[in-house]
Design a protein around this ligand. Sequence first.
Ligand code: ATP
Ligand code: MG
Length: 571
Amino acid sequence: MKTPETTPAAEDKPTDFIREIVAADLASGRHAAVRTRFPPEPNGHLHIGHAKSICLNFGIAREFGGRCNLRMDDTNPSKEESSYVRAIIADVKWLIGGWADAQLAMANPESTEPFYTSDYFDPLHDFAVQLIEKGRAYVCDLTPADTEEYRGSPDRPGRESPYRDRPIAENLDFFARMKAGEFPDSSRTLRAKIDMTAPNMWLRDPVLYRIRHVEHHQAGSSWCIYPMYDFAHGLSDYIEGITHSVCTLEFEVHRPLYDWILQALELPRKLPHQYEFARLNLSYTVMSKRKLLQLVRDKLVKGWDDPRLPTISGMRRRGVPADALRRFAYTIGITKYNGVTDVAVLEHAIRQQLNRTAVRRLAVLRPIKLILTNLPDDYYEGLEAINNPEDPEAGQRALPFSRTLYIERDDFSETPPPKFFRLKPGGEVRLKYAYIIKCDDVIKDESGRIQEVRCTVDRESRSGLANANRKVKGTIHWVSAPHAIETEVRLYDRLFTSPDPDDEGDFLRHLNPNSLEIVTARAEPSLALLGAAATCQFERLGYFTLDPDSSPDHLVMNRTITLRDNWAKNG
Ligand code: ATP
Ligand code: MG
């Protein structure tokens, strides 16, 4: 087990324009300490795009000795659930767990609980009342459709609401009655009084509060008015003392509103500032929560943590190490330009990490039987195999060898193409960690299907013996049949066949019909000793991780990733 890092290593200290701003603000004394936040809305599971934002916000806190708040941005109870809240907490903890710096408390310094925007419903309401008192907000009786229609469009100015000049006392009275539950859903709103002709649509008297008679998963039934994102977000930042409020580029156009609300309230403390960076887009991947939810609801995948999804929970289940995701987030960097990152970059980060850490095991995914005819029936030999050539400390293990083996169906061919260096009639091949064998015969059933391959073993050729250097072109993997354990293996491929599944039209038409194949593999017995969360390399096949569906008498493994990029040759 690796011990958690306490301070970031040099390679773990990226630079980008946001970190430069933070460094400058600390150097100039504009802020004594940096405080960032990661504000997910609990309306779905987090995905790899969120991982980029988590690594940025928690990374900055860690590198500059500050703090990052995990804050549930829970202002829209009709789409949110407490199961999502729990999943988000688990995902964030897992992703940054390896960092475990003492100064980087998850959220509240006192506990591991996150912050909730809903905990600020009282102060947010008070801020709204203050805006009304200052003549900067009013209660509007327009229907949602009329509100939209009055807003105009980017090339056409909006029109002022007939309720815009309501006297302050009347606004206060109506807002109190909205809160008291006197009015039905959507019948009234509280709006900021800014400018209906502003070129920036977000400044055209945006809605600050709306009426929704629904229970809140966190706040219970105390509220029937809920604040809108733009109102709640900046003020939550202010309440928490956030210095740098970092979000994705789509919010750039919201920034004038973010600033307007904070300034209109004439607040006493230092104000937070919003900065924007380009979101992560990945080829062959959908990241919109709406689309992910559709895949889950329509049962096109097995749940939010399906290993084919780009969700953090899915990738964790698949066996992707948190280190690899953090390394990926740092590799792609932070810029202001939207683009698409090749999913191969992520896959490379995963392979690189697993190559260093994963122990090697032998397993056969699609077995055929192989008999070594020149060994006695009860032959047994305990061979030794190294656990990880990249890590001498990983040691060795015993590998049972016997007369009856399984090899991979693909590693034998009766009609081999040119340059086929695996097993063929009359040909020789080396069994990894063991002997050179020669194929003498093939036994088939009536339908012509291969039942077993019969070989003789060269007893002088064991790896390590004098005769072992004898040249044979191919080496194949194998397991001893009487010692093998059966394991269900789930082989995943990309969920979408198109590099841009989000193009025009229905994204579901790009679903890969072969994204999951299940086989019953045979593995060497030491696999049973592998710890629950451990990932191993099945030699020549890829990296595999135990799935939570496993039980002591039925192992289930996920293929985390193949050893090489099988898509590269397809362009
Ligand atoms: P939606 O608001 O449509 O539900 P969202 O992806 O914006 O979806 P949030 O929960 O609001 O989800 O996101 C939390 C934070 O993660 C925000 O600060 C957002 O900017 C950031 N984020 C979301 N998607 C990405 C992405 N693809 N790359 C980088 N950051 C992202
Ligand atoms: Mg959002």
